[in-house]
Design a protein around this ligand. Structure first.
Ligand code: FAD
Ligand code: NAP
Ligand code: SF4
Length: 669
């Protein structure tokens, strides 16, 4: 019987020899556990929770077929029979929930962050310091054999199939385009030659693994780099892959070195699916579409429009292992939505840390962060319904404690209510919606519009102070002038902001304020703005015409540090904000000292040189202090409390730290 609300998502996909129970694929994500001691046990628990959550098919993080293919030194590889045992932990765990799982074979090529990396030609990538060795003819043949051996071992380990990573700018992709393949032998030159590398891999795998084993090929639809593949070339390869026995094509978007955002929170949901729809006219095997699909409504819309046969979601499974199950049960309000911030997933991987999730710190920590019912329920007061207080409250309640949550405001969310106003950060609404629903179903006693003092908290067994932060007003002469405003007033639209604006401070909030004040309602759509075309007319999908906007205001950002502006922003997102602001004509000046503020602007010094920056409005984004008045009051009365989130420490605070700290406390109290 058809599902009443999501009939397309919940139609099984019959591949002939096997059937996938629905149209959701959990996309490949490297978690960093692959290289940890005991990491495979943790990975098994991680994937098992997602299989239990009813996902149709899981694809593992990339596993390299040989040493040269490492993403970084000692990355996980599957090259010997002795490696099989650890993979069996994963396959058995997933199969115990009747899930299906394919292993991704990933050869990083010139993206390998190590000195033995190889590529079709010795051309260094702009995102790694190591120049690759060009593979010899024998080297290419051996690499093909390594891919095939890896697939055979994956089958022996119990995987239901493999995904051959041919997208995102990794080795196979490097063979496909002239940008990285300057070879003159049978692996280079004409397009027909350049595609022989992936085709020989696929043919070899199919020959060895038989027909009852899934082969997915991840094929780049839009390289988003100069001299990327043309649409005609991509179609030729897709057809050849189909003829050579690939079961599913997973459509990829953008090389890692592309200067177009492809998964950040500013990318509209499902922004690229039309390119998969274009490919559907060319091949008959199932196609998977991807990028910024984080909700069942969007997935159903894409599938029902015929854009693809399956949708891939990766990060949404970090945020909520039960996203598919909750969609099936039509409990969409209960989904913990991925906000596409990258802060705890991709940024962690780039920092060589284990991945997790800002909104769900249990992700990849399933065996460590256990939610265990309590023997004796305590009466707990939580003050502050920002991300810290909320995470604590719902987790403590889920363990059986009796929780009362207070907030001085009329709505929950704390600073997320300000963050959600920033253009491109609308996903924060989803997190507030999620918390509201969880409070409702777990029956936390919520008391809003209640500013709490120490006397209100007498009689509780435990008190948790999550009162957040308040903004810093720096000691600059004239800072109390009428033209000086705080970021809070600006983002809450409580003040009129003039044509000429100076922003003091360039942390996350300074950047957000600059984006907010320079944003124009009639801006070009996302794709136009970044010069992307989905019509197949341009190589790599880039039309070379990134649109610059007439500045709405004259904005200058200032900071005292001499370092590059936005240095502390996320590794995978900071560059996007910097590029966007530059395109909007925002000036950025580092290494200044603030001398005095006047009616018309600010006097600054750079070294020994003084200058004046005119401004109608000066916005303070100069950091925060902990709001720890209540905690001090409690201490003075001899009442013990736990202090979390911004109230605990304002420096280097972000929601990731606040939620993680709160969740850990709730699981131990
Ligand atoms: P808060 O969110 O400040 O919540 C504290 C709560 O306590 C408030 O609701 C307040 O009303 C209540 N309260 C205080 N005193 C009392 C009292 N006496 N009685 C009752 N209630 C009280 N972080 C990220 O990780 N990523 C981002 O992209 C990001 N973007 C941001 C953008 C903006 C514009 C802003 C302002 C912040 C952003 N942050 C971001 C930071 C993030 O929102 C904070 O780190 C997080 O909200 C801190 O959580 P918290 O629970 O400690 O405090
Ligand atoms: P922040 O990142 O610490 O930046 C504070 C800014 O204020 C800095 O640029 C600092 O630069 C300046 N400053 C500090 N002390 C000052 C003083 N005494 N006088 C003048 N200037 C001073 O903090 P934030 O921008 O307020 O953001 C708060 C938290 O929210 C951050 O920790 C951030 O992680 C989080 N957040 C994250 C994002 C995101 O996208 N990930 C977005 C928004 C907020 P100088 O000292 O060099 O002048
Ligand atoms: Fe999504 Fe942010 Fe969690 Fe990554 S850290 S999965 S982007 S919500």
């Amino acid at each position: 019987m058809k599902h009443t609300k999501y009939p397309h998502i919940f139609t099984p996909l019959d591949l002939g020899f096997t059937v996938l129970k629905n149209r959701v694929l959990m996309g490949s994500m490297h978690t960093g556990l692959e290289e940890q001691k005991g990491g495979y046990e943790r990975l098994a628990a991680f994937y098992a929770e997602r299989a239990k959550g009813q996902v149709g098919l899981i694809v593992t993080g990339g596993i390299s077929p040989n040493r040269q293919g490492w993403v970084k030194p000692f990355s996980s590889r599957l090259t010997r029979k002795s490696h099989i045992k650890q993979h069996q932990l994963i396959t058995k765990a997933v199969h115990s929930y009747e899930g299906k799982i394919c292993m991704q074979i990933l050869h990083a090529g010139r993206y390998g962050y190590h000195p033995f990396n190889v590529a079709p030609s010795a051309i260094k990538s702009p995102i790694t310091p190591f120049k690759p060795f060009a593979l010899s003819n024998r080297g290419v043949e051996n690499t093909i054999k390594d891919f095939i051996r890896c697939a055979i071992l994956a089958k022996e380990a119990g995987y239901d199939g493999v995904e051959v990573m041919g997208s995102e700018g990794y080795l196979i992709n490097q063979f496909l385009v002239e940008h990285t393949n300057m070879r003159e032998d049978r692996w280079g030159g004409s397009y027909e030659n350049r595609i022989q590398f992936p085709l020989e891999i696929v043919r070899g795998i199919r020959e060895k693994v038989g027909h009852d084993f899934i082969i997915i090929f991840r094929l780049s639809m839009l390289d988003l780099i100069p001299r990327g593949s043309s649409w005609e070339e991509i179609v030729i390869l897709a057809k050849a892959l189909e003829a050579d026995g690939v079961n599913i094509i997973n459509t990829g978007i953008g090389w890692h070195e592309a200067r177009v955002p492809t998964i950040g929170t500013m990318v509209p949901r499902g922004a690229f699916t039309e390119i998969t729809a274009k490919m559907k006219k060319e091949v008959s095997i199932p196609l998977v579409t991807t990028n910024r699909i984080n909700a069942p409504q969007k997935a159903e819309e894409i599938l029902s429009a015929g854009h693809a046969d399956m949708v891939s979601m990766a990060r949404p499974f970090l945020a909520d292992p039960e996203i598919v199950k909750k969609s099936y049960e039509q409990k969409e309000d209960e989904i913990n939505t991925c906000i596409a911030c990258n802060q705890a997933c991709l940024d962690h991987v780039f920092e060589q840390k284990v991945a997790s999730c800002l909104v769900n710190p249990r992700a990849c920590h399933e065996t460590i962060m256990n939610i265990e019912a309590v023997q004796t329920a305590k009466k707990i007061a939580v003050v502050g319904a920002g991300p810290a207080g909320l995470s604590f409250a719902i987790n403590a309640k889920s363990r059986g404690h009796e929780v009362t949550l207070f907030d001085a405001q009329a709505e929950i969310g704390g600073q997320f209510n300000i963050a959600k106003k920033v253009p491109g950060k609308e996903e924060f609404y989803e997190t507030i919606r999620y918390f509201n629903k969880q409070l409702e179903i777990s029956e936390v006693n919520v008391k809003l519009n209640q500013k709490v003092s120490a006397n209100d908290l007498i009689g509780f067994d435990e008190i948790v102070v999550a009162t957040g932060v308040y903004p810093r007003t720096p000691a600059i002469s004239g800072v109390d002038s009428h033209n000086v405003v705080s970021y809070i007033d600006v983002l809450q639209n409580k003040v009129l902001v003039g044509e000429k604006v100076v922003i003091l401070g360039a942390g996350g909030i300074g950047f957000d304020v600059a984006l907010y004040l320079s944003h124009q309602q009639n801006e070009d759509g996302f794709l136009n703005k970044w010069g992307v075309e989905l019509n197949g007319k341009f190589r790599g999908g880039l039309n070379g015409e990134m649109v610059d906007h007439q500045p709405k205001r004259e904005i200058t950002m200032l900071q005292r540090k001499s370092s590059k502006m936005g240095k502390g922003l996320g590794k995978t997102t900071g560059w996007i904000h910097r590029t966007e602001l530059k395109k909007r004509g925002v000036k950025m000046i580092s290494g200044v000292s603030y001398e005095s503020i006047t009616e018309n602007g600010i006097n600054i010094k750079m070294g020994d040189e003084s200058s004046f920056v005119p401004a109608d409005t000066i916005v303070l984004c100069t950091g925060q202090f902990s709001n720890n008045q209540l905690a001090a009051e409690l201490k003075s009365k001899g009442l013990n409390c736990h202090v979390i989130g911004g109230a605990y420490q304002a420096g280097d605070l972000d929601a990731k730290r606040a939620i993680d700290q709160a969740t850990k406390l709730a699981l131990s109290i």
